[in-house]
Design a protein around this ligand. Structure first.
Ligand code: FUB
Length: 333
């Protein structure tokens, strides 16, 4: 059935047909810092920006796909003018970026960065919803504030929450760029307050964009290293027996290659058939030492683990080489 006929039939029976915002595979759409989650077999991506460049730094949107081929917009989920504390620091400009979501007890939580760091400290906020697509309501104040602190500069960006499937405790990982410092907190049961900060060792080569996942009792802390708009931007990781370390540094798993530069700020998901995928951004078809120009693009690739649990180097793909989701009638994964 063509899209035109689909729209006509949907209109005739009173159903709104969701419009595709992208039908491309690697890269899937313009955007950065993609936090991907699987919801009932469907992949949802919460990025900075979004398809077509129309998603500015004053709002967040969500995008989803059942096959990783056709992406639909789940709409705008939070706008800067809905965050009533954002102007309290007196700064002239504020930008939203690097969202991360978590769910607990039927609620959805959207953690996000408010930058830049100068002239006033960056901040992390959190908004709450009853469904992944929102509407999200901000919780009323910043959860974490950056700036100069007793132990050095801290940039409060790149929040990522992780609910430990083993202990049920929820953690917030955050920090990056200037200062390149990772901090970890245990979240309160309400997910919108901090119970305590957890002292951790700094993982080697940490710059920003921390992500935590657990597989077979191993906790993988992965993160971006390098300058966000340079070819040295890459993903490294460390492992531990708990979500708060101590870490064993394992090196880089995703680095620039001949046709894709500066891959980073990623997330991992496990699909229904147990395969793992990495969702990240990169700059395509740009060579040279940087700074890279153009727009960052979201891409999805396969993650393979060796028998000892270490992650094998990730191969970046283009177009139809990219993974699809199982059970969609597309090339099997
Ligand atoms: O997109 C804004 C910033 O770029 C993020 O905070 C960093 O992780 C980098 O991806």
């Amino acid at each position: 059935m063509t899209r035109r006929w689909g729209r006509w039939i949907a209109g005739a029976i009173g159903i709104a047909l969701v419009t595709a915002v992208s039908t491309a595979r690697n890269p899937v759409f313009q955007g950065a810092d993609p936090h991907a989650v699987m919801i009932d077999g469907e992949m949802w991506i919460f990025p900075t920006g979004g398809p077509g460049g129309s998603w500015a730094a004053d709002r967040f949107g969500a995008f989803s796909s059942r096959d990783l081929d056709t992406w639909t917009s789940r709409g705008e989920i939070l706008r800067r003018d809905q965050i009533n504390w954002i102007g309290d620091d007196g700064a002239k400009a504020h930008f939203l970026w690097a969202p991360g979501v978590a769910t607990r007890g039927g609620k959805w939580y959207l953690y996000y960065s408010v930058g830049p760091q100068n002239p006033t400290p960056s901040r992390i906020g959190v908004a709450v919803a009853d469904a992944p697509q929102g509407p999200y309501r901000d919780s009323g104040g910043p959860l974490v504030t950056g700036g100069r602190q007793a132990n050095g500069q801290f940039e409060a960006i790149d929040p990522m929450a992780f609910v430990d499937p083993r202990s049920g405790k929820a953690y917030l990982y955050a920090g990056g760029s200037a200062g390149a410092k990772l901090r970890v907190w245990e979240l309160g049961r309400d997910m919108v307050s901090l119970a305590r900060e957890v002292p951790i060792d700094q993982p080697p080569n940490f710059t920003e964009g921390a992500f935590m996942h657990e597989r077979n009792g191993v906790y993988y802390l992965s993160y971006s290293h390098g300058r966000w708009n340079h070819p040295d931007y890459s993903v490294h990781y460390a492992t531990a027996r708990s979500p708060i370390g101590p870490w064993r540094y394992r090196g880089a798993i995703l680095k620039s290659d001949a046709s894709h530069q500066g891959p980073g700020h990623h997330s991992f998901v496990r699909t229904r058939n147990g395969a793992w995928l990495i969702i990240y951004h990169r700059w395509d078809a740009l060579a040279g030492p940087g700074p890279l120009s153009g727009e960052r693009q979201v891409a999805i690739d396969r993650v393979r683990y060796a028998t000892d649990g270490t992650i094998l180097p990730i191969v970046m793909t283009d177009g139809n080489e990219a993974p699809t989701l199982p059970g969609t009638g597309k090339r099997g994964e």
